[in-house]
Ligand binder design. Structure first.
Ligand SMILES: Nc1ncnc2c1ncn2[C@@H]1O[C@H](COP(=O)(O)OP(=O)(O)OP(=O)(O)O)[C@@H](O)[C@H]1O
Ligand code: SF4
Ligand SMILES: [Mg+2]
Length: 332
């Protein structure tokens, strides 16, 4: 068994490599009391070019904070992010401009992420305007993008309230693609949509990935969606990575007790199967004062004395499959 010093590796050269990322938020707990939320604590992963990495975990486990850190929308307290082998520095204006082109995000809420007072043409064209595209160039590119995301070029003259939720999310995708990015972060990008529309948007994302050689970081709490979209998956619990491997391996052979509990609760596509309730005791503990040692120990059916002492390291009990749990220490 191998202990992993930094991050599990992908087969190809990674487009993005995140090492030991950390973020704490100071919060008020009363008039004179303040606390610290440990939102992201030592997160490492990498994504190979042209692949999709899924991040799953319950609400509040740090998925969006991780995404915002690597896109430079939040300052990290520690750790590094490398893009195409170079460490990112958001402080340099020119580098920041280049990176803003290369890394884009599709948000959860297709309505509030569009400006209601701007036409679809203006919404999609806005990032191009910021990057100095001329008016005619923008208009032509918007028309092409609308067709690429399965809308009509005449939709350019609509306003967001005149479109359905699925159509608005297509507009968001078009806007994210406007500057020809390499990496697209989809943060709960289909969660607000009906199931049938979800499937259409997921298939669109897959088609666009093939056409444009896009790399995705796909964040969702829906394990079915993550399985469908991802080549590899990272499972997060309370700000930390607890398991990571290929999507196929995770769903066939989940190792971490948290992953097993999550997978036992997902509704199967077979209509005759009965969903098993989530076999986890209690709620996710507060990230303000997380449990010592393994953060999952307060809900884990296998917790042992050692689990309270020190954080379990990510280890590979099977090749290319990493898990942070004392059950998989040597002899465990
Ligand atoms: N600006 C902030 N100030 C204080 N705490 C914050 C801030 N942003 C996030 N947090 C806290 O950090 C933790 C992680 O939040 P985050 O939004 O990353 O979770 P998430 O996994 O994306 O959850 P969800 O699935 O609900 O979107 C949460 O406890 C959240 O309350
Ligand atoms: S380290 Fe201990 S508490 Fe944590 S998941 Fe493994 S057995 Fe459970
Ligand atoms: Mg989130």
């Amino acid at each position: 068994m191998t202990t992993i010093a930094s991050t599990p590796t992908c087969a190809n050269t990674p487009l993005l490599r995140v090492r030991d990322l950390r973020k704490e938020f100071k919060v008020r707990l009363g008039f004179r009391k303040a606390g610290v939320v440990s939102a992201v604590d030592g997160v490492s992963f990498s994504i190979a070019a042209g692949q999709t990495l899924g991040i799953v975990g319950e609400s509040g486990c740090g998925k969006s904070t991780t995404a915002r850190l690597l896109l430079g929308l939040l300052d990290a307290d520690g750790g590094t992010v490398e893009f195409e082998g170079r460490e990112l520095s958001w402080s340099n204006r020119l580098t920041r401009k280049r990176l803003r082109r290369s890394m884009q995000m599709v948000f959860q809420d297709p309505y509030s992420s569009l400006n209601p007072r701007m036409s679809i043409r203006e919404n999609i064209g806005f990032p191009m305007k910021v990057h100095g595209y001329r008016k005619q160039e923008r208009a032509e590119r918007v028309a092409t993008l609308l067709e690429q995301v399965g809308l009509h070029r005449n939709h350019a003259f609509y306003f967001p309230h005149q479109l359905s939720g699925g159509q608005r999310q297509r507009v968001n995708i078009a806007r994210a693609l406007a500057l020809e990015p390499q990496l697209v972060v989809c943060d709960e990008a289909v969660s607000a949509l009906d199931k049938s529309i979800q499937a259409q948007v997921l298939n669109l994302l897959k088609d666009l990935q093939l056409q444009m050689q896009l790399t995705y970081l796909f964040i969702s709490h829906d394990l079915n969606v993550v399985e469908y979209m991802s080549d590899r998956v990272v499972v997060m619990y309370l700000g930390q990575v607890v398991e990571t491997c290929s999507s196929e391996e995770l769903y066939r052979n989940p190792l971490h007790p948290y992953t097993r509990a999550l997978l036992s609760a997902i509704p199967k596509l077979d209509p005759d199967s009965t969903p098993v309730p989530l076999q986890l005791a209690g709620e996710v503990p507060s990230p303000i004062n997380p449990p010592s040692g393994c953060r999952f120990r307060t809900r884990c059916p296998h917790a042992m004395a050692v689990c309270a002492t020190e954080r379990p390291a990510l280890r590979r009990p099977v090749p290319d499959h990493a898990v942070a749990c004392y059950l998989y220490e040597a002899g465990g």
